[in-house]
Design a protein. Structure first.
Length: 90
């Protein structure tokens, strides 16, 4: 397995774990809202840009996968009309 394949494998692993964690939290934490998720995503964007120490390629793969999964989860919530957050759905 070459480096590109390992990076893709790691990206997919982190993406799936992140998406699953977000889904679990959404379904089990009544206080977790879309607004919380949007704030978290903004924090990820800032953190991604703060690479002055040089996290390297493996660290960048993790950051990219985490952001991609969070964006996808947020988009799924919006597409399903659940953009107001779990606590407001009751």
């Amino acid at each position: 397995m070459d480096i590109a394949e390992r990076q893709e494998e790691k990206f997919n692993e982190i993406y799936e774990k992140t998406f699953d964690q977000l889904e679990y939290r959404w379904n089990h934490d009544d206080d977790f809202s879309v607004k919380d998720l949007e704030r978290q995503l903004q924090t990820f964007y800032v953190d991604e840009g703060n690479d002055w120490a040089g996290r390297g390629l493996p660290g960048q793969v993790v950051k990219s996968a985490t952001i991609a999964a969070t964006e996808a989860f947020l988009e799924r919530l919006r597409a399903s009309g659940r953009s107001s957050g779990r606590r407001d759905e009751r």
